[in-house]
Design a protein around this ligand. Structure first.
Ligand code: PLP
Length: 507
């Protein structure tokens, strides 16, 4: 969808103007590359040269002959999905040289040095995956495999940000990204998140787009210290924002893209939780869990939120994806999607710093997707099973909180959590409370009761800027082992909060 108002095109129609001088001036030379510069006029290369030039070990030096893998049918298949019929375990066999198949990848190729953008079969899979779900609204886009979102983000920052460039960031965020920005001399300016009471009496949140629009329109007055230096990029976590857990509405996304277009900045979309869209909270019930199942088409058309790529007519969005939350973090695999010219400078940087992501990781993932799931839609069907498991775990945790006295007495409120793995809670301190010192004190009570959470202000970009809204706790329902533990964690948390409030906000 194109922006609705008149937009200023990227100056001189140039994506290059968005790229940092560090990245555009970077050179890369390889000692084994032969060029035809300065070749004699009548030079004619042999059509089949024998390579004595590379230090690539022949595949027969690789000790792995065959890999067999057994894959679960369901996450938590012995508990949440214990009532499901499980098909006989089918072994996946990864050969040195596979049969020709759509995304076939064999060990000989994957264990070899490979393309820095990802092995050809993996790149092909990534392109088809993006096309199935989030096709950009322009032609000239490319993908680049990364070693996970964290590493991908670092490369995006290198590609865009020069010393002194401003990066806008949601006031509470995945704070390690700030380290990437500071590392290249970028300057961070926080933008507001709007927290509002909803009809259920809980809290809905979203990016405060009016604040953002005003900030950009009146930049020199609102940020006189950065006069004349308007933002180069906006970093955003659009679905299940880390740490607050909210999901931007499509209208928010459309308006932010429009602002990017008008004020000429890049949107860095970090979306590790985007695939985990969840049904609304309901009391947990394993019997009814499957009522919330979706077909892959319904999931794509009605449940997934649009990526910023869908609004991008100009190539000013870089989408950062990862397999950490939908497969496994230890795989260290993810990918970037963006304009070809931005991906090209990232590729040059990859050639210098990381080379390609692990071939073994690409081999394992791609063969499981191809052989076990039968391609993209089967892979999405696995994600839908994860979605149900996360929905159940979220319901167990939230149920133990909403059925507590602390919740009944409104000491805590739930911040909307319809996606991902975070359920954040607003701690309803009376007006005028020093949020930071009381949250710190409350944390000792939580630890005494035996529950560990993340304190809102610890994920603030600028503690002072966000002091008034940092009265929340980030709870993750991703890591505990069982429903029993999740329920117990919620019960402990609620008991600690009640004790703290009823002791006059003292330990
Ligand atoms: C918003 C966000 N971005 C990036 C990452 C890092 O992901 P990866 O494991 O792919 O590096 C995380 C991990 O928690 C995250 O929450």
């Amino acid at each position: 969808m194109a922006p609705t108002s008149t937009t200023t095109a990227i100056p001189n129609n140039s994506i290059e103007s968005l790229i940092s001088s560090r990245a555009s001036n970077r050179s890369f030379k390889h000692f084994a590359a032969n060029t035809s510069d300065g070749a004699p006029k009548n030079f004619k290369p042999h059509p089949k040269p024998l390579a004595l030039s590379f230090g690539r070990p022949n595949a027969q030096f690789f000790p792995v002959k065959k890999i067999t893998v057994q894959v679960d049918e369901f996450p938590f298949q012995d508990s949440i999905f214990k009532n499901e019929e499980i098909d006989e375990v089918k072994e996946i066999v990864i050969e040195r040289l596979p049969e020709e198949d759509e995304y076939s990848l064999g060990a000989s190729e994957a264990f070899q040095y490979g393309d820095v953008k990802g092995l050809p079969a993996f790149q092909k899979f990534l392109r088809s995956f993006v096309e199935r779900i989030h096709t950009p609204a322009y032609e000239d886009w490319a993908v680049h495999a990364s070693n996970g979102a964290g590493e991908g983000l670092n490369k995006v920052v290198d590609a865009l940000i020069d010393p002194g460039d401003i990066v806008l960031i949601e006031e509470f965020t995945f704070s390690p990204f700030g380290n990437n920005v500071r590392n290249v001399g970028g300057v961070i300016v926080p933008t507001k998140i709007k927290f509002e009471k909803n009809i259920k009496g809980d809290i809905s949140a979203d990016v405060d787009v009016d604040y953002l629009a005003n900030l950009l329109e009146n930049w020199d007055e609102v940020r006189p210290e950065h006069k004349g230096n308007k933002p180069k990029a906006f970093y955003t976590i659009p679905t299940s924002q880390n740490p607050t857990g909210f999901t931007q509405t499509p209208e928010t996304r459309r308006r932010i893209y429009e602002l990017a277009s008008i004020h000429n900045f890049v949107i860095i979309e970090d979306d590790p939780y985007g695939y985990l869209t969840l049904p609304s909270f309901a009391e947990p019930s394993l019997e009814n869990l499957k009522d919330h199942d979706l077909t892959v088409d319904d999931y794509i058309n009605h449940s997934l939120l649009p990526s910023y790529l869908k609004y991008d007519t100009e190539g000013r969005v870089v989408r950062v994806e990862t397999f950490s939350k939908v497969f496994a973090p230890g795989l260290r695999l993810g990918f970037l999607v963006g304009h070809k010219k931005i991906i090209d400078v990232i590729t040059k940087y990859s050639s210098i710093v990381t080379r390609s992501p692990s071939g073994a990781a690409q081999l394992l993932l791609l063969n499981i997707i191809e052989q076990k799931y039968g391609g993209i839609d089967g892979w999405l069907a696995w994600i839908l099973k994860m979605r149900l498991a996360y929905a159940h775990r979220r319901n167990v945790l939230i149920s133990s909180i909403v059925n507590s006295e602390a919740y009944e007495k409104e000491y805590i409120k739930i911040i909307s959590c319809d996606a991902g793995m975070f359920a954040s809670l607003l701690v309803n301190f009376p007006e005028g409370t020093d949020n930071i010192s009381k949250l710190t004190l409350l944390n000792y009570k939580l630890l005494q009761h035996g529950v560990a959470v993340v304190l809102g202000y610890k994920m603030a970009i600028d503690e002072k800027f966000s002091e008034a809204s940092s009265n929340f706790l980030r709870l993750s329902y991703a890591c505990l082992d069982s429903d029993v533990e999740l329920r117990e964690a919620g019960t402990r948390l609620a008991a600690a909060v009640k004790e703290f409030f009823e002791n006059g906000l003292e330990y």
